[in-house]
Design a protein around this ligand. Sequence first.
Ligand code: OAD
Length: 241
Amino acid sequence: METIREAIELIQRARHVVALTGAGISAESGIPTFRGDGGLWRMFRAEDLATPEAFARDPQLVWEWYDWRRLLIAKAQPNPGHAALAEFSRTHPAFRLVTQNVDGLHERAGSENVIKLHGDIWLLRCTRCGDEWRDLMAPLEILPPRCVLCCAIARPGVVWFGEGLPEAQWTAAQQAVNKADLVLVIGTSAAVYPAASLIPMARSRRATVIEVNVAETAASTYADIVLRGPSGEILPQLLGR
Ligand code: OAD
């Protein structure tokens, strides 16, 4: 209890707060994480489903997997963790939210201007002409989906292993962290780079790092304060007025 009180005071005193979220923040919405118990990478091989090579080999299989995940996400609702961050951003205009998640639950909870490092599962991109469009959380009628302009196969608008991050989003994330005096690291294993490098970057800029996670992670060693527990329970206490 002492620790959370200390964390609340630090947040109240901070001028530029940044939150970096990962799959763990959506776990309480029923969306599986990638690593750890019940994680997607325990059941599936990332090389078969989340790389450009896998898509080139078998776009149908990759799309079936994304379609399955899209249906899970469409049925899920944002949880009190997403809601607490959205409410905090309304009352703290300097706050920046950076996420590795592609599920769109931060936006559905009311967060705006989310910096999305790994893309968006509701975005489709043509593999030939590059046209992008957004789906309305509905099941896809034909797999793999095709571009309406040039009929080529479309791909999910997400970042796969071996691909670079969207440049503008990555720059925005680094700028936010460089300016931050406090960084919340929420529900991420901090195992995937370059996103995870934002945490040592925050430390080297002397920002206070607060981790919210049910388990110890690679980020824990950088954290000034570690809050162990589900983000859906901790964030409303931490950020509530
Ligand atoms: P991971 O699955 O690697 O980590 C999820 C983290 O959430 C773990 O540290 C869990 O302990 C924690 N966690 C689980 N339930 C929680 C809860 N209720 N409250 C708080 N924490 C909880 O997910 P990410 O770190 O997001 O990228 O993974 C990073 C990237 O790897 C993903 O964006 C994705 C994946 O492969 C790509 O696909 C490129």
